[in-house]
Design a protein around this ligand. Structure first.
Ligand code: AMP
Ligand code: MG
Length: 286
């Protein structure tokens, strides 16, 4: 999409979704469709077309990675349960070549992970050159659930914001472009999605009784998300705030966001490292 907007967008997502000093988590319109003028049917049609465009760009990143380009892109999906992180992976990342995707979902730290610094498991999962890394949850859990559930003392989680900023500035300096996506659903929409998990055989596996207990802590989570946005929304590693009550919107929005980021890498297919005419002649005779 670049910096100019094209129908059905009246404002590019990099502008309309970028977190800023005025972003208020408790006042977000999670049902909104910022920048977008179309409806669900249009968004779903566009997702196919724009998914193909994303795939082409990711293919170029992958091809360049094969010849030593150290650059990578890392999409961080952070949101409460039912925000649609898994669906984002299936419906957006699902458009690109899986060979070039390095996906990691972060759950409750294992015994081994708990013995290390909170960034230890994150460093291990960083994408190599040419890869599109995808984090379903991330190091931000260590200032979200860890804070709300008092898993560590306050002085420990408080210093993590600086540690995260330092860490992210190091990885962006070595060629990883970060796309940090904070996904928000309303408390009502979450209830609908959780109750669906109790109604459908294909969704039981997603239901976690502890998600219901987390609902009582919604205000504390909102505060933790607010601080996360306020303290780690840096120039190098900006946050984008995605309203997620309408899945069709959140998916096309993140697709456009990724396309924008990839376009700014100014990628092209690598030049051949051989003489094409010579090779054609050789092949004809082979
Ligand atoms: P799900 O994404 O539904 O598979 O759930 C993963 C669970 O792991 C969520 O309840 C997260 O809060 C939890 N989790 C992820 N990272 C951490 C962390 N660093 N510390 C504690 N819990 C975590
Ligand atoms: Mg869950």
């Amino acid at each position: 999409m670049g910096t100019k907007s094209e129908a059905p967008w009246h404002t590019p997502v990099v502008e309309s979704l970028r977190a800023g000093p005025g972003t208020r988590v408790s006042e977000l319109d999670t049902n909104g469709t910022p920048g977008f003028e179309g409806d669900k049917a249009l968004a779903e049609r566009l997702l196919v077309e724009r998914g193909a465009a994303l795939s082409d760009l990711q293919g170029k990143l992958f091809a360049n990675g094969r010849i030593g380009d150290p650059r990578s892109v890392l999409l961080i999906l952070q949101g409460m349960d039912t925000a649609g992180k898994g669906g984002m992976v299936r419906h957006v990342i699902g458009h690109v070549d899986p060979q070039g995707v390095d996906h990691t979902a972060f759950g409750v730290p294992t015994a081994e992970e708990k013995r290390h610094h909170f960034l230890w498991r994150i460093v291990k999962a960083l994408p190599r050159g040419g890869q599109l890394g995808v984090f379903d949850r991330s190091h931000y859990e260590d200032v979200l659930v860890a804070r709300v559930r008092s898993l560590v003392p306050e002085n420990v989680w408080r210093r993590r914001y600086d540690e995260i900023n330092q860490f992210e500035s190091e990885i962006t300096a070595t060629g990883t472009t970060l796309v940090k996506v904070a996904m928000f659903v309303s408390l009502d929409e979450q209830k609908k999605r959780l109750s669906e998990r109790l109604e459908r055989r294909d969704k039981y596996w997603k239901y976690d009784p502890s998600d219901v207990s987390e609902r009582a802590l919604w205000p504390q989570y909102q505060e933790a998300y607010q601080d996360m946005l306020d303290k780690t929304n840096t120039e190098n590693a900006p946050w984008y705030v995605i309203p997620c009550d309408r899945k069709w919107y959140s998916r096309i929005a993140v697709t456009e966001l990724l396309i924008d980021v990839f376009e700014r890498l100014d990628l092209d297919w690598p030049d051949p490292t051989f003489d094409i005419e010579v090779e054609k002649r050789r092949l004809a005779k082979a």
